[in-house]
Write a protein that binds this ligand. Structure first.
Ligand SMILES: Cc1cc2nc3c(=O)[nH]c(=O)nc-3n(C[C@H](O)[C@H](O)[C@H](O)COP(=O)(O)OP(=O)(O)OC[C@H]3O[C@@H](n4cnc5c(N)ncnc54)[C@H](O)[C@@H]3O)c2cc1C
Length: 427
C-alpha cells in the first residue's frame, strides 16, 4: 500500500489530540499558521511563556512534512559547514552552524521535558560512503565539523560494516549529536504539550486570508476569524493560500519511504545494531533506519505516483537486497512520500513581509531539529525576548525559484529514470 501522506507513521503514532476547527471570531496575542515542527514549537514556547497563542492548521497537526519524513534528527544542514559559512556570511554562518549543531539536543530536551512518546533514539547517525568520492567528502565534512568543536568521527570500512550491518560502504561519518524519531508522533507530542500549556490548536482550519489592520492582523478561515497582534507563518513547502511566497521560492524534491514488517530478532540484531539512522553520500541518496518495532525503512528521491511508484518500489526492494544480503525476500509493506523544499543556496529563509508577520521555511530536507529551534526563536522574537538582529538568519525578501515547476518535474522524472535502470553503482 502506498500513500501521499504519513504512511507507516500514521499507523504507529499515538492518536492525534482533538483539534476542532476554528469557529467564530476570537482574539490572540499570536496566531500561528501551520502545525508542523516550526508552528508547534513556536506555539509551545509561546504558551510556556504565558502568551495567548492560537494555531490554525489546514488539515491535522503533522499533515505536512512533519508527518511524512524519514525521522533523521540531524545536526546542521546538507551543506558542508564551510559552505554554510561561505553562503550565509561571517556573521550568520557561524551563528547558524552553532545553532543547528546543537538543535538535536534541543529536540531530545523537549521530548524529555514534555514526556513525548515518539521513539526518540539519540544514538547518532551514520552518513555512509559507498565510494572514494564519498569517503573524500566525509573526510572533509568531519574535519570541518571537528574544527568547530563538533564531536563527529570517521569510521573505517570494517567499523562501518559492523555499525550498519552492510558490506556496501567504505566509511561512515558518525554524528553522536543526532538520532532518529517517529516524526509524526513527535509533531503530535508537540501539539499535545502546547495544548496542555494553554495554546489553542484548530485543525481543518485553512487560512484563506490574512489582512494587516491597525491593531495587528486579521486571519480568516472558512468558519472563523482571529485578531492577533502578531502572526507566524509556518506553512513551508505545503503552503496553501494566502501567502504562497514561501513555497514559491522552493523547488520540490519528492522523497519516498518504504517500510517492511518488523524484522525477526536475528536480522534486527545485525542491521544498525546501535540504533543509528543512516543515509549515503550519493546524489540520488538512499536513507535507511529501523523503527522501534524493528521495521526496516528505506527511502530515496522520487514520488509514488501512478507510473513512477512501481519503479521506486522495485528499486527499493533491489537496493535493500544489495545493501543487506540477509534481507532478500523481506517484503516492503507500506510506502509513502512527501515533498521536500529546496532553496537556491540550500539555506533556510526568514522573511518579515510586514511588521508583526514572520516566517521561516526552506529547511532543504532538514526540518525536524531546525524547525524545532526556529519555532522557539520565532516565539522569542514575538515575545520581545530577542531582537531580529540576534537571529541566526537574516531577514530577506522572498524571490520565486526560477523555472520552479520544470525543475521539480525534472527531479521527479530523473529520479524515476535512474531508479529504473540503476544497479547500486548509479549516481
Ligand atoms: C519525505 C520527506 C523526508 C524528510 N526527511 C527528513 C529527515 O529525515 N529529517 C529532517 O530533519 N527533515 C526531513 N524532512 C523535512 C521536514 O519534514 C520538513 O523540513 C519539516 O516538516 C518542516 O517543518 P514545518 O513545520 O516548517 O512545515 P510542515 O511540517 O510541512 O508543516 C506545515 C503545515 O502547514 C499547514 N498549512 C499549509 N497551508 C496552510 C494554510 N493556508 N492554513 C493553515 N495551515 C496550512 C500544512 O497542512 C502543514 O501541516 C523530510 C521531508 C519529507 C517530505
Amino acid at each position: 500500500m502506498t500513500s501521499d501522506g504519513p504512511g507507516l507513521w500514521g499507523v504507529t503514532a499515538p492518536p492525534a489530540p482533538d483539534c476542532p476547527p476554528l469557529t467564530g471570531a476570537v482574539r490572540a496575542d499570536v496566531a500561528v499558521i501551520g502545525a508542523g515542527y516550526t508552528g508547534l514549537s513556536a506555539a509551545l514556547h509561546l504558551a510556556r511563556a504565558g502568551a495567548d497563542v492560537i494555531v490554525l492548521e489546514a488539515a491535522t497537526p503533522g499533515a505536512g512534512g512533519a508527518g511524512r519524513n524519514v525521522g533523521l534528527v540531524n545536526a546542521g544542514l546538507w551543506l558542508m559547514p564551510n559552505d554554510v559559512i561561505a553562503r550565509a556570511g561571517p556573521v550568520f554562518g557561524p551563528r547558524l552552524l552553532e545553532c543547528l549543531g546543537r538543535a538535536p539536543a534541543e529536540v531530545w530536551q523537549i521530548v524529555t521535558e514534555e514526556a513525548i512518546a515518539c521513539e526518540a533514539t539519540p544514538r547518532g547517525t551514520l552518513h555512509c560512503a559507498p565510494d572514494a568520492a564519498g569517503v573524500a567528502a566525509l573526510r572533509a565534512r568531519a574535519a570541518q565539523w571537528q574544527s568547530l568543536g563538533g564531536a563527529v568521527s570517521l569510521l573505517d570500512a570494517p567499523e562501518t560494516a559492523a555499525r550498519t550491518g552492510s558490506p556496501a560502504f567504505q566509511a561512515a561519518l558518525f554524528d553522536p549529536r543526532a538520532g532518529t524519531i517517529q516524526p509524526l508522533a513527535y509533531a503530535l507530542g508537540l501539539a499535545r504539550a502546547a495544548l496542555a500549556r494553554g495554546a489553542r490548536i484548530c485543525g481543518n482550519s485553512p487560512v484563506t486570508d490574512l489582512q494587516e489592520t491597525a491593531q495587528g492582523w486579521t486571519v480568516t478561515t472558512p468558519q472563523g476569524q482571529v485578531q492577533a497582534r502578531q502572526v507566524i507563518l509556518a506553512t513551508d513547502t505545503f503552503t496553501s493560500a494566502p501567502r504562497p511566497e514561501c513555497a514559491r521560492e522552493q523547488v520540490i524534491l519528492p522523497y519516498f519511504n518504504f517500510a517492511t514488517d518488523p524484522l525477526p530478532p536475528e536480522l534486527r540484531a545485525e542491521i544498525l545494531p546501535g540504533g543509528e539512522g543512516a543515509w549515503d553520500t550519493r546524489k540520488l541518496l538512499t536513507s535507511f533506519r529501523l523503527d522501534a518495532a524493528g521495521r526496516f525503512i528505506i527511502g530515496s528521491v522520487g514520488q509514488l505516483g501512478a507510473l513512477d511508484g512501481a519503479v521506486h518500489r522495485a528499486w527499493a526492494a533491489r537496493q535493500m537486497a544489495r545493501l543487506f544480503p540477509g534481507l532478500p525476500g523481506v517484503a516492503l509493506q507500506t510506502g509513502w512520500w512527501g515533498q521536500i523544499g529546496m532553496t537556491s543556496d540550500a539555506l533556510p529563509r526568514m522573511h518579515q513581509p510586514a511588521p508583526g508577520l514572520w516566517s521561516i521555511s526552506g529547511y532543504n530536507g532538514r526540518g525536524i531539529a531546525p524547525g524545532t529551534v526556529f519555532g522557539r526563536l520565532l516565539a522569542e522574537l514575538c515575545l520581545g525576548r530577542i531582537s531580529v538582529d540576534q537571529m541566526p538568519l537574516p531577514v530577506t525578501p522572498s524571490s520565486p525559484a526560477m523555472l520552479r515547476s520544470l525543475r521539480g518535474l525534472t527531479l521527479r522524472g530523473g529520479a524515476a529514470a535512474l531508479h529504473l535502470v540503476s544497479g547500486y553503482g548509479a549516481r
